[in-house]
Design a protein around this ligand. Structure first.
Ligand SMILES: Nc1ncnc2c1ncn2[C@@H]1O[C@H](COP(=O)(O)OP(=O)(O)OP(=O)(O)O)[C@@H](O)[C@H]1O
Ligand SMILES: [Mg+2]
Length: 371
């Protein structure tokens, strides 16, 4: 029907492993005209199974089983968001499924990335054409395969008057700096966002995350620990660069803590981890400069973190992507909806200026629906 948007779904299970997100986005000539969001927890012990696999504890059978179970869980979440929007599956052009990253190891001699969540099952159960496996073509073209969201960020949020920066605060943080002209955007993973804070909070508070940063607010930054964190070579490396939980994990944190002459209190560690995220994100933004900074991902809901980012960027406006019309929890999912749209249009999904790939590439495989 004329004037109707093209509907696409993006499915995401991020590095935080806090659940599955489905975003249903309506694409019109001006960008995204409307969006819906559904999130599901992992069924049964699937989260534990994924955690084990991501920590290299697993067998091929467990990998195969988790792949199938996650595919079904993704299909359920896609169906839930279609229902929430009051649409029929036939109205959806395609689903873009990121899957769950099990390993992202981009160093030589055999760089690879592995996402699971069987797209065959998503296509079969929903009947909708499904696009998945977005990252590996970029790696085959000598890229990092990540971050991929910057292409979407610059497509949707480019502004001719102001240099904009998008910050995704998921398990890992990534930034996109969008120039006012049409020159290539900058983007990379800056380091941890919530991942280390989450695991510290789980360990000491038995909660999945530090709600609103309330616990961190009771602690103080430990300067020795912060300096030790910041001495990690990843932070000084020039882009292109991407990282994941196989690097910023409990072993990384333990190594820094055990090198201290005196152990800080648990709340001080939490506060220092929050500061690490704020400092690494803002240093990289300042290195290039931005007039406006918009926060997305779960960390955008942490006022303590948002305030620290804002404090460290006194000259820039800092806001959430809600101010741009897209809820912070929808941005990452909408990026994969957009990447599915790019794939069907046989248009590139990567930005070589970001991933370091030898050129633009059409990303993802297509699993046809049942129509
Ligand atoms: N109200 C809140 N207060 C503090 N932290 C929050 C709040 N809501 C969400 N978060 C944080 O956001 C995290 C989830 O963010 P998100 O879903 O964007 O990450 P992700 O799934 O790992 O995605 P990505 O792949 O982008 O890393 C939670 O684990 C938590 O740390
Ligand atoms: Mg998430």
């Amino acid at each position: 029907m004329a004037g109707q948007p093209d509907w696409y779904i993006g499915l995401m299970s991020g590095t935080s492993m806090d659940g599955i997100d489905a975003v249903l986005a309506g694409f019109g000539p001006e960008g995204i005209t409307s969006s819906w969001h559904a999130s599901h927890t992992y069924p049964g012990d699937l989260r534990l199974q994924l955690e084990n696999l991501a920590s290299d504890r697993g067998t091929p059978s467990l990998l195969g089983e988790a792949d199938a179970r996650l595919g079904d869980a993704f299909a359920d979440c896609a169906q839930a968001v279609i229902q929430a929007a009051g649409l029929r599956p036939e109205a959806i052009m395609a689903i873009g499924s990121h899957g769950q990253t099990i390993q992202h190891r981009i160093h030589p001699p055999s760089p690879f990335t592995l996402q699971i969540g069987d797209p065959n099952r998503i296509a079969e159960r929903t009947g909708i054409t499904t696009v998945a496996d977005f990252r590996r073509r970029d790696i085959a073209a000598q890229g990092e395969g990540a971050p991929l969201a910057p292409a979407f960020h610059s497509w949707l949020f480019q502004c001719p008057e102001r240099e904009r920066c998008l910050v995704n605060l998921g398990g890992i943080a990534n930034i996109t700096l969008i120039p006012t002209d049409n020159s290539p955007p900058h983007g990379h993973d800056t380091g941890p966002a919530n991942r280390l804070m989450d695991l510290w909070c789980r360990r000491h508070r038995c909660r999945p995350f530090d709600y609103q940063g309330e616990w961190a607010a009771t602690g103080e930054v430990n300067d020795t620990l912060l300096t030790s964190f910041l001495s990690d070579a990843y932070f000084a490396r020039q882009p292109p660069k991407s990282t994941g939980r196989e690097y910023f994990n409990e072993h990384w944190l333990e190594a820094h803590l055990s090198a201290l002459p005196e152990q800080p209190g648990a709340a001080d560690v939490q506060r220092t981890l929050l500061e690490l995220t704020a400092v690494t994100v803002t240093r990289d933004i300042q290195a290039i400069g931005a007039d406006e900074v918009f926060l997305a991902g779960g960390g955008a809901f942490n006022p303590m973190l948002a305030d620290r980012i804002s404090d460290l960027l006194p000259k820039a406006r800092v806001d959430s992507t809600k101010a741009l019309g897209l809820d912070p929890q929808c941005v990452e999912g909408a990026a994969f909806a957009w990447l599915a749209r790019q794939r069907l249009a046989i248009s590139p999904g990567n930005l070589p200026s970001v991933t370091g790939a030898s050129g633009p590439r059409v990303l993802g495989g297509v699993w046809p629906g049942r129509r």
